[in-house]
Design a protein around this ligand. Sequence first.
Ligand SMILES: [Zn+2]
Length: 432
Amino acid sequence: MALNIIIDKSTFQSLSYNELLRLTYYYKHNITPILVMEILGDLKKEAKDGNPPSQNRVIDFATKLFPSSTIVNEPYFNAITSELSLDRPIEMDGRPMVNIGKAVQTKDGAKGWVVGQTPEENAVYQWRDGKFTEADLALSELWRNTTTQEDILINLKKQLQEVGEKIKLKNFEELANYVQDSIDDPKNQQLLLMDLCRSSKINVFTSMRLLKYWQSKGRPLIKNIFPYAYHILKVNTLFHVGLKCGLISTRPTNKVDLEYLYYLPFCNIFTSNDHLHVNLAPLLLREDQVFIKGVDLKADLSTINEKLEKLGEEEKGKYKKAPPIEPNSFTFNMYNKFFDYPDGFQWRIPSKPLPKEELIRKMEEFISAADGKPIDLKHGDDGEFVVRKSYISKKDPCMCGSGKLVIECCMTEQQFDDAARQQATKRTDNAN
Ligand SMILES: [Zn+2]
């Protein structure tokens, strides 16, 4: 059970190292590929007076993406193509959508999943060490050129205004109603479904199969049969109609910011300072999801940090897994809402934790299973465990949650180097 949060770049760059660290104690940071891309985009940003050189900015940002307490979501187009190709249903319950590498089995016969690493995750690990490839630089350049192209949305707006009726909408509430009526109109469903296939680059055969399937089910509303495709459709329609009637501005970065909204189903909480997000996110979130402005989240984390700083080490340690009880705190209120904290919270902690040796033995069993041969387990089958490997560097905060660097806490630098060497040998052994 975790509180999954998606953070856009405006909020991400506003949070200090310590605020982000505090955030990872209480939330699972679901990193969207668009955030990774935006961070890389800074690489080719020209350094302005008083600002650190762009390369250092990217290293700084990558260092704030703590690998052991974050997860990188799969790119949204994997989800939309999977759903429209009838490959697998997309679960939209606030959990991140991760790249399942393979199913495996332990010696004792327990079955589970291994989470594969995404290219974005690998890239971030490299950037932390200041390693940028030629491809990173080229991609960054391309990204900057396309995202700063002034007329991109001006042209789109013109095109939208040339087709169909003129739309007059006064505010975002009217926009929401207009869009809802239009995408839920039974007469529009077939056309919308085909449009979705086209914009998601689904090939003709797959599109036809989808259409047949949809007809065989009695032509239901898209929202009742393809929930993720419906979400994408709603985001895009809100954006296009909003642009057409002038509620949404033609600022070129709006196109980039739109992409965060595609990931909303995979979080419990979304945070941003961006205008577009502030206006559109509330129209797109489910009732059990929450939007908070980045400045408010920052203030909350900073207040918690200040409060805890005044406490002694032992007292402070109590708040590693749950926030201080503070009726005005956003984080506290989220814990209260989602976990019935503090009263109903005890269940999250196992009544009898396994002894340390037993825990290590179990972990080793899972790790060795993860390195083993894949077994046949269907998507959607629960499995008994999930293994996700993550890396830690000397510059990372300790996994015990002390807030200190790992080599100043649970491991000496010597132990760290030994462990790293061991892992490296293991990797070359596997490769041979
Ligand atoms: Zn530690």
